[in-house]
Write a protein that binds this ligand. Structure first.
Ligand code: AMP
Ligand code: ZN
Ligand code: ZN
Length: 407
């Protein structure tokens, strides 16, 4: 090698190593996609060819992934990226109160609360650990990403914008991959709510839902085509998950709280499927805890152990869980709304196969053709950390659950 060639070689080596400081040496970027409300079974309808191709050439849990209790959006999104059960990560439900903030209600639409680390500091999401380790995280709409959790923000984040079309979200993510290498993120997320919305309004077995599956698959196709155009398909680790499934509901499967206990003696914290109450009198407590058709209620400390739920101070004293497909409401609420029609809901028993979530992974570290038996969604977190080459924080997951999917 001539002196010049050697110098060129060294210069090139320096550029290449300097150019990738955002990721641990030799690590492929990770893209985590959440398709809200994608029931595991949807992937077997033959309507999602892009997802099927990723699964065939990667890893898939055909029977799905078990969500955590309560089977709602914010708790399960936070579980996926902390590895902690909602009982341990502080996102005990979509709607919460905390004795340290009397009268303040956390809900998905309460922007000032959603952006306040107070609610999220109980867990350390992937992007906090990643940013601290120098791995840039670009997060599009993941619950929690609008807050400065543990004092750390993702390098890029944005306020949740339901109106932003799916293709624009995909294009934004692809744009991140076009940044100069030194600015490129090592960890990215994408979020799509279409299927959850359609599942609620039109029912999981409706034609409308099948059409939504087509739209979601088209968004994934745009993503994989964009990766292919950049020579990155198979070079990035892509994990496609959902937070929970969807069960059909019906106008005649409604339980009225009024029929269980006197309404003036109960404070409703959450109601619908999984519900939380505060009884104002011992009589009201006894009434709620009694036997009901299609509904079971417990004191929080007496919930079945398999729910792994009930110790967090944010959890209301009484938790009620309807049988799958049944909905709990009040007469006053029902009177203010149009008559119920067939639709869908989640927030049921995590053991119910209808609640199972999607898991597909594809990329350089994923073994093609791996089929995983049902596993708990707490185990997605240790997988992401392993792929990023980062130390996992203490968590409720099991790295072995996804180990067979690794090359
Ligand atoms: P759920 O009521 O559990 O079905 O919640 C699903 C809804 O959560 C979707 O319709 C989204 O609009 C909403 N959502 C998802 N991510 C966010 C976010 N980061 N901020 C506010 N709302 C969100
Ligand atoms: Zn959801
Ligand atoms: Zn939903």
């Amino acid at each position: 090698m001539t002196v010049l060639a050697r110098r060129l070689f060294l210069a090139l080596f320096a550029v290449l190593t300097l150019a990738t400081p955002a990721l641990a040496a030799g690590r492929a970027p990770v893209i985590l996609v959440s398709i809200d409300g994608f029931r595991a079974e949807y992937a077997t309808r033959g309507l999602t060819p892009t997802l099927a191709a990723l699964a065939a050439d990667g890893a898939w849990a055909p029977e799905g992934m078990r969500p955590s209790f309560p089977v709602n959006t914010f708790p399960n999104h936070y579980t996926l990226i902390t590895g902690l059960r909602p009982d341990h990560n502080g996102l005990t439900d979509n709607t919460m109160y905390d004795a340290a903030r009397p009268g303040v209600k956390f809900s998905m639409g309460a922007r000032d609360q959603v952006q306040d680390r107070f609610w999220w500091d109980g867990g350390e999401p992937v992007w906090v650990t990643a940013e601290r380790a120098g791995v840039k995280s670009f997060i599009m709409f993941w619950p929690g990403s609008e807050a400065e959790i543990h004092g750390v923000r993702p390098s890029q984040w944005s306020v949740y914008d339901e109106a932003l079309p799916a293709f624009d979200r995909v294009d934004r993510l692809l744009g991140w991959l076009d940044l100069p290498a030194a600015e490129r993120p090592g960890y990215m997320t994408l979020y799509l709510e279409d299927l959850d919305t359609t599942g609620h309004h039109e029912a999981p077995d409706s034609e409308a839902l099948n059409q939504a599956l087509g739209r979601v698959d088209a968004a994934l196709a745009r993503l994989t085509a964009g990766l292919k155009a950049r020579g990155l398909y198979g070079k990035v680790n892509l994990i496609v998950v959902s937070d929970h499934g969807m069960a059909p509901t019906a106008p005649d499967r409604v339980i009225f709280l009024d029929d269980l206990a006197p309404m003036d003696a109960v404070t409703v914290v959450t109601i619908g499927t999984v519900s939380g109450f505060i009884a104002k009198t011992p009589e009201a407590e006894a009434a709620l805890l009694g036997e009901h058709a299609h509904l079971a209620c417990w004191r929080k400390a007496e919930l079945p152990a398999r729910f792994q739920y009930g110790t967090h101070p944010r959890i209301p004293p009484i938790i009620c869980l309807p049988e799958t497909g049944w909905v709990l409401t009040t007469r006053e609420w029902a009177a203010r709304r149009p008559p119920p029609r067939p639709g869908g809901s989640h927030g049921y028993d995590p053991e119910d196969p209808l609640m199972r979530a999607l898991f597909v992974a594809h990329g350089p570290d994923i073994r093609p053709g791996s089929l995983l038996p049902v596993f708990d969604n707490v185990s997605v977190y240790p997988l992401i950390m392993r792929l990023l080459g980062l130390p996992a924080r203490p968590n409720d997951g099991d790295p072995e659950a996804t180990a067979p999917a690794l090359r």
